[in-house]
Design a protein. Structure first.
Length: 189
């Protein structure tokens, strides 16, 4: 691949494997330090989970989840060059996952089974967080106690569903990252 970079898988069965990353405008892979922090937070729940890497880009978040024992992974990415690179990386690493070549908002308007862990890290210029959150919540894409990771510009004001409660958060430069826990109130309580 010409014009590529490489990032590495931080932990799990694929630890230190390299991922080829095409040079694309607006592509901003989650840093090693942030991925390590996130997966330390998710360590008690990632094994055996159903995961969705929305706006997959490099697929680093989803591949990290697979490396750490996620049972099932769906990647959604609209950029053809990123889809091709993601498929090539999955083939080279010999891991099974579903790769959907589509716009995330359009894909979320369809139906599917709920996910336990969802990664939302769209291109910052798209400002897609609120739309994605609404579609995930209203479309039945989230299990009752799903974990949702959101990466955004530090100054962004997000309008996320009230059922998404911040669990842990951090900052790295101009990037803010938060792990939310979906908590549905019990109507009998």
């Amino acid at each position: 691949m010409n014009g590529t970079g490489r990032i590495r898988v931080i932990g799990g069965s694929l630890r230190n494997s390299r991922l080829d990353v095409p040079d694309r405008p607006g592509l901003r892979p989650t840093t090693d330090r942030v991925r390590e922090t996130l997966f330390n937070w998710l360590q008690p729940v990632i094994e055996g989970s159903r995961c969705l890497d929305l706006y997959a880009g490099t697929g680093a978040l989803g591949i990290e989840a697979l490396s750490r024992g996620a049972a099932m992974l769906t990647f959604v990415e609209r950029e053809p060059a990123l889809v091709a690179a993601l498929k090539a990386n999955l083939t080279r690493l010999k891991v099974q996952a579903s790769v959907v070549a589509d716009d995330a908002a359009r894909w979320l308007k369809g139906g599917g089974k709920p996910f336990d862990v969802v990664f939302i890290d769209p291109p910052f210029a798209d400002g897609a967080w609120d739309t994605a959150a609404t579609l995930l919540e209203e479309g039945g894409w989230l299990s009752a106690s799903a974990w949702i990771y959101v990466e955004s510009p530090r100054a962004a004001v997000l309008r996320l569903p009230a059922s998404w409660q911040p669990h842990r958060q951090g900052q790295a430069g101009e990037v803010a990252y938060t792990l939310y826990r979906r908590t549905l109130s019990d109507p009998l309580s």
